[in-house]
Design a protein around this ligand. Structure first.
Ligand SMILES: N[C@@H](CCC(=O)N[C@@H](CS)C(=O)NCC(=O)O)C(=O)O
Length: 231
């Protein structure tokens, strides 16, 4: 199995968490942003990573879109499960997964690239990295007004998640599910932003715990300590 990815993409992190949780062997092909469309478009008709190549005669050649990849993995490799086999719980888990994907993942991207262009420039001030930040901000129309809307959306999401996390560790049911993987992957870029590290310590405790459960290296900002104690 091969994962076509950008190493820094939070959507690709979500899939690596699932592959790790299911203890599946895979290798990665780190695509070059810009040139990636040449490889991806003929395979899936999409231009986005992650794309999974199952490399199995009974499976499609390529699966694009992280939710579709999770669905494929869950059907083909059901053990250990990331769903519940219960209609109501599964509906809740997939709805949360979709919400993180379509709304929160995008909001995180806006806030993260705004940070990287300003206060967080020193994270990587090389010309290539700064060019990439500019291109992404242009590509997704990351304007100051849009960033404000994204911040509001994240604040609401984080207060919802905080109230849930006080009740129980998992977002749905009593074990890890696609909803937790989506949350851990798509909120992971916030670990580099001091405002979120200061104000939402419980979030980063959860991110570390999910990454450890999935045997996935911790995201930038959390990897140096393996815990959030020194944050
Ligand atoms: N809904 C998609 C979103 C994936 C996505 O936005 N990927 C970005 C990287 S984080 C990408 O490939 N962008 C390049 C492009 O749009 O051409 C998914 O869940 O897979």
């Amino acid at each position: 199995m091969q994962l076509l990815q950008f190493s820094t993409s939070h959507y690709c992190r979500k899939i690596r968490l699932a592959l790790g949780y299911k203890r599946l062997d895979y290798d990665v092909d780190n695509l070059t942003p810009g040139a990636h469309t040449l490889k991806l478009k003929p395979l899936t008709g999409l231009t986005t990573v992650p794309t999974l190549l199952p490399q199995h005669p009974d499976a499609p050649e390529a699966i694009g879109d992280s939710t579709q990849i999770l669905k494929f993995l869950e059907i083909r490799y059901p053990d250990p499960p990331l769903t519940f086999g219960d209609e109501a719980l599964d509906r809740q888990a997939w709805m949360l997964e979709d919400w993180f994907d379509e709304s929160i993942g995008t909001a995180t991207r806006f806030v993260y690239y705004d940070f990287r262009a300003g206060e967080g420039k020193s994270i990587n001030s090389s010309w290539f990295s700064q060019l990439l930040v500019r291109v992404v901000r242009f590509q997704y129309s990351i304007t100051p007004a849009a960033v404000e809307l994204a911040r509001d959306r994240l604040n609401l999401a984080l207060s919802y998640l905080e109230s849930r996390s006080k009740e129980r560790p998992y977002l749905v049911g009593d074990r890890l599910s696609v909803a937790d993987l989506a949350a851990a992957g798509l909120l992971s870029p916030l670990a580099l932003i001091p405002h979120y590290r200061r104000n939402y310590p419980w979030l980063f405790e959860r991110l570390v715990a999910v990454h450890q459960q999935c045997d996935e290296p911790l995201p930038p900002g959390l990897e140096e300590t393996g815990s959030i104690e020194k944050a």
